[in-house]
Design a protein around this ligand. Structure first.
Ligand code: FES
Length: 168
């Protein structure tokens, strides 16, 4: 591992020895293979749960590819996350039926209550807010998915109850 810059956040995997090993291993095992960028990113996402900007820079440097190439893959596929996810995930279905039925209002309510944006995690690491595509429960619109549980016909005033349940 090369000398770390001071800009790497405290909780970044590049500062955590076991996670640093995972990243180095993924690079060593895949660097000579075709599609190395995707292979390394997949492995890091799968094992660590996200690929932060500093991890992207580290991977690009060690695979000797432009940072833009790594960043391009990460931003193109929604599977890749750039921040650590919380213990719990609340996903908002952005399919047409849910959108029309009021998912935007649900998102606003959740953002207000937690003081974070979609794609972010609360500072205590408890809850991540994300969007998702149609989950096949359109008759229940608007739908959210709390961890793996689909909850439908939601109104913004139900949110405090849901948050309480999730946080407990
Ligand atoms: S559009 Fe939301 S479940 Fe289908």
């Amino acid at each position: 591992m090369t000398c770390l810059s001071k800009q790497i956040p405290e909780n970044d995997p590049l500062r955590i020895a076991e996670q640093e090993i995972i990243i180095d291993q993924a690079i060593t095992e895949n660097k000579e293979r075709p599609g190395a960028v995707m292979l390394v990113l997949n492995e890091v996402q799968g094992k660590i749960g996200h690929v932060s900007p500093s991890m992207q820079a580290y991977i690009a440097r060690n695979l000797k590819v432009p940072l833009g190439q790594v960043h391009g893959v990460v931003t193109f596929y929604s599977f890749f996350k750039t921040q650590p996810r919380g213990k719990n995930t609340i996903k908002f279905c952005l399919g047409t039926a849910c959108y029309v039925a009021g998912v935007p209002q649900l998102i606003e309510k959740a953002k207000q209550m937690l003081n974070i944006e979609l794609g972010q995690t609360t500072p205590d690491g408890q809850i991540t807010l994300e969007e998702c595509r149609c989950v096949g429960a359109c008759s229940q619109a608007p739908v959210i998915v709390v961890n793996d549980e689909v909850q439908g016909k939601l109104r913004p005033n139900k949110f405090p109850q849901i948050m309480k349940k999730v946080q407990n």
